[in-house]
Write a protein that binds this ligand. Structure first.
Ligand SMILES: [Zn+2]
Length: 400
């Protein structure tokens, strides 16, 4: 490398006089080369720069910058004349966001490596929207990832300087993080330092102080047997995202209502409700297709079923619907931490409560009812299925 390109030493410089050296149509776009090394192509896990080329009165969009063996290629949406000169304007929204994302990635990896030393970095992708880093270590806990995020936020606040320098590959400090085999490929390596805390060989574009990152938010974590993939946003993109999520919650805080601190419990309850509903649908389907479980004990038909997601009054309605003219006992049980039971006696010599009351009290429940219907309930049930089976077998004994 004869001269250090401006994107490494002055990444906020965004306008350059350039000469078009070649422009060729390639499928739906144009591949344009310029004489100056002033726009950074994709590479090292970072996306290419975007921008515009202004030649005479023509504005041509650069949607991406890539590189091949001959240098950088600007992907444009329109044709340009070879030999023309013009102004190159870098898309600074895209670039500044990449700078924030890339420095945030270095910080995140540095902090998490302080916690678990043998974490290596796998695939990396940084663009102007988001960053994504694969940590080659399985089953990293979410708590560890959130603690790392918290520490990175503190370092952002400390506004530590970010600097870069060129070091001969043979003189690289052993503490500098680098990809395997990088020293063999290059004589000189660019090393990016964040204060005294992190040193990484990197060809990416970075902010000059950690404070410029503004904010970091991990927005997704995917884990498999070999690696943990972390996706994150920085700066205003992170702030807007967090704000949107918060407002989604805030909108429901009043109509639900709940306190924001209880959001976790509210979501757990919603998940439970969805699961209960599915169990209920399965059970109702079963009841519709095969009817309730029926045991014939002498002249008495003993029908019993367990369900989930029912309250006492719904159980009562269902018990009425299942009742028959023959001598029968219908026992319905709603399974849950709070369990309800209803027993309906049709044409039986004793009242409904005589078949079940003693058992409900013995098992720590409460209940009541006169005539042919008895309802009972239990709280803090550890094993609802076991409770159901116990009651069924006791009722069966009393019927016989
Ligand atoms: Zn890097």
């Amino acid at each position: 490398m004869s001269e250090i390109p401006p994107y490494w030493i002055d990444p906020k410089k965004n306008q350059f006089k350039v000469t078009i050296t070649s422009a060729k149509k390639y499928e739906d776009s144009y591949h344009v080369r310029i004489g100056e090394d002033v726009i950074r192509p994709a590479g090292g896990g970072q996306a290419g720069d975007r921008g515009q080329l202004i030649v005479d009165n023509q504005r041509v969009q650069i949607s991406d910058t890539i590189s091949d063996s001959k240098g950088s290629v600007l992907i444009t949406d329109n044709e340009l004349v070879e030999g023309a000169t013009g102004i190159l304007e870098i898309d600074m929204d895209w670039r500044l966001s990449m700078m924030k994302n890339h420095t945030a990635e270095h910080l995140f990896v540095s902090v998490i490596k302080n916690k678990i030393e043998d974490i290596a970095v796998g695939n990396l992708w940084i663009d102007g929207e988001h960053g994504s880093v694969e940590l080659l270590k399985s089953k990293l806990s979410l708590d560890l990832i959130y603690a790392t995020e918290q520490e990175v936020l503190e370092i952002i606040d400390q506004d530590i300087p970010v600097t870069s320098k060129f070091v001969a590959s043979t003189c690289i400090d052993p503490s500098t993080r680098k990809r395997e085999g990088l020293e063999e490929k290059h004589d000189m390596l660019r090393v990016v330092n964040i204060g005294e805390m992190d040193s990484t060989a990197c060809s990416g574009i970075h902010v000059t102080r950690t404070g410029e990152i503004g904010f970091l938010k991990v927005i997704d974590v995917k884990m498999n047997e070999k690696a943990t993939q972390i996706e994150f946003l920085t700066g205003s993109r992170a702030a807007v995202h967090v704000s949107e999520v918060y407002n989604t919650v805030l909108r429901r805080k009043y109509s639900y209502p709940f306190e924001i601190e209880q959001l976790g419990a509210v979501l757990d309850r919603a998940k439970q409700a969805v699961e209960d509903r599915q169990k209920l649908i399965d059970k109702v389907n079963h009841l519709l297709s095969s009817g309730p479980t029926i045991e014939q004990i002498g002249k008495v038909s003993f029908r019993h079923e367990y369900l989930s997601g029912y309250d006492a009054s719904s159980l009562k309605i269902l018990a009425n619907q299942l009742s028959t003219d023959e001598q029968s006992i219908i026992l319905l049980f709603n399974l849950g931490k709070k369990s309800q039971v209803i027993l309906r006696a049709n044409g039986m010599p004793l009242e409904a409560s005589d078949y079940i009351k003693g058992q409900v009290i013995k098992l720590g429940g409460k209940g009541g009812g006169r005539g042919d219907v008895y309802t009972g309930g239990f709280v803090d049930v550890e094993d609802p299925m076991n409770l159901y089976n116990t009651i069924v077998s006791e009722v069966r004994k009393l019927i016989s």
